[in-house]
Design a protein around this ligand. Structure first.
Ligand SMILES: [Zn+2]
Length: 497
């Protein structure tokens, strides 16, 4: 039976072009989405840009343009990069979209009416880059001054009137929710529970005085205040699937939501987001899938750390989107930070894509044409390769269902290595009739191609076209005797570096 799968990325601050860090998250969400389509789930994939707030207001001021002009330009850049990376989203949401602004006004008014929002004075240390207040114990001190632990920049002291969301009233409920399997990997839920244990759940400021932050959505009943950018941004996950506007689509995909996030925004996507949903009488999402950082020279990759690797450079280095997507997913790690190095990326590309997958496709294609004129059919299948393929499909699905994409890809590579060993051992080029060998190898290539297709989107389509099979459903991966291959071409898929 087909399930429903709604997957989101965080919406990104478009204060600079997307880089390898954004690609890491977005390719992962896209690959999950493609996998779920492959297995027949009704799937919706949402990504977009988070366009309000002080950071963008200041970036626009620095350039002497209106923030809307800046975000219009940047949203186009994001779309262009996602096209280059073969990211196939169902909607690209912008928080300046009119339907989203409507959702935010509606949601905050609803929560206010329930008495869960109140006005009070606030003071604290604030990071403009995070758009977040830091309490003692959360910030780090550099020469006696509080610094943002992520950006390593001095925090600003801010004192002002604001509106608070009564987060504290959700504490018991939230603890219960976090005890379930809602956060993956589970260790991150423990982290949030630990923080609640230590500090309690404090009410959170959800508005800024307009005189300081004017670029955002005004508080509907008090336009001297602007709605805090995080409160605004989180609601994109509802707008994206038609909350208010299209209740049928909305009830189809909510709560089948899977939020892919980096570990730095865990608190917002659990404590705050779940409570906002509860305040709106909505279920929490099905899963929050958290990943650790991609780091470069010891720091999380980012504009402020100055260690960005550009998507242009990656596309150039690894011959387009397939190479970049594969390498990023092969190192993807939910639990541990992964260090970017050129040696590591080059090595994965060469040994796995070029030498293992690419080389097998090329060799089998050439042999099928040379020895059998390109037509390969057989009512038998070598049980060694057949069993290995069936076992691989099983493992791959288990890993993908657990969001362990790197391990899923590893299972496919193991199968391909086995097929390469098989061809070296059987030496089909020396046999008068190598039909059984080549047929079995083509079936193995078919299995691997279907399983790789959510990540390696273009080369897999090319192999299917060249060898004459379809790779559009997980059923297409299952090895079977009795098919007929018409090998038209033996493509060289990945040029070695
Ligand atoms: Zn910061």
């Amino acid at each position: 039976m087909a399930g429903r799968f709604y997957v989101t990325t965080p919406i990104y601050y478009p204060n600079a072009e997307p880089h390898i860090g954004h690609a890491y998250t977005t390719v992962f969400a896209d690959s999950l989405s493609r996998y779920h389509r492959l297995v027949g789930d009704d799937t919706f994939f949402l990504t977009g840009t988070d366009e309000h707030g002080l950071k963008l207001q200041r970036a626009a001021e620095a350039r002497g343009v209106h923030p809307k002009e800046l975000v219009d330009e940047m949203a186009e850049k994001y779309k262009r990069y996602w096209a280059l990376m073969d990211i196939r989203y169902d909607r690209f949401i912008r928080t300046t979209d009119p339907d989203h602004e409507e959702v935010v006004r509606h949601a905050i008014t609803e929560i206010y009416r329930k008495g869960l929002i109140y006005k009070a004075r606030y003071s604290g240390w604030y990071c403009v880059s995070c758009e977040k207040f830091y309490s003692p114990g959360e910030y780090v001190e550099v020469e006696g001054r509080p610094y943002c632990p992520i950006h390593m920049k001095p925090l600003e002291w801010v004192e002002e009137d604001t509106y608070y969301f009564r987060l504290s009233s959700f504490e018991d409920w939230l603890r219960e929710v976090l005890k379930g399997d809602i956060v993956y990997p589970r260790s991150y839920a423990v982290e949030v529970l630990h923080k609640i244990e230590k500090e309690g759940l404090r009410d959170v400021s959800i508005a800024r005085p307009k005189e300081r932050v004017w670029w955002g959505i005004p508080v509907p009943w008090d336009p001297e205040f602007t709605i805090y950018v995080w409160f605004d941004a989180l609601l994109n996950y509802l707008t994206g699937i038609g909350y208010l506007k299209n209740p049928e689509t909305f009830s189809k995909y909510w709560p089948a939501a899977h939020h892919v996030i980096g570990k730095d925004i865990l608190w917002f996507h659990t404590a705050i987001w779940f409570s906002m949903l509860k305040a709106l009488d909505l279920d929490p999402p099905r899963r929050v899938i958290v990943h650790a950082y991609l780091i470069n020279r010891g720091l999380k990759i980012g504009k402020s750390a100055g260690n960005v690797v550009s998507i242009d450079d990656l596309l150039e280095a690894y011959n387009g989107s397939d190479g970049v997507r594969y390498v990023l997913m092969r190192i993807f790690n939910p639990a541990k930070d992964v260090e970017y190095t050129k040696e590591l990326f080059d090595n994965i590309y060469n040994t796995e894509l070029a030498d293992t997958y690419g080389n097998l496709v090329r060799r089998v294609g050439v042999l099928a044409r040379k020895k059998l004129g390109g037509t390969v059919e057989s009512d038998r299948l070598d049980p060694e390769l057949e069993d290995a393929a069936r076992e691989t499909i099983k493992k791959y699905r288990e890993h993908m269902d657990e969001y362990e994409i790197s391990r899923a890809l590893e299972a496919v590579m193991d199968l391909l290595r086995r097929a390469n060993a098989y061809i070296n051992r059987e030496r089909p080029w020396e046999k008068p009739d190598p039909t059984l060998d080549l047929y079995s190898l083509l079936e193995t290539i078919r299995t691997a191609t279907v399983l790789l297709s959510p990540v390696v989107t273009k080369a897999t389509a090319r192999v299917a076209g060249s060898f004459g099979f379809t790779a559009s459903s997980i059923e297409d991966a299952v090895p079977e005797p009795g098919r007929r291959y018409q090998v038209r071409d033996a493509p060289i898929l990945f040029k070695k570096l």
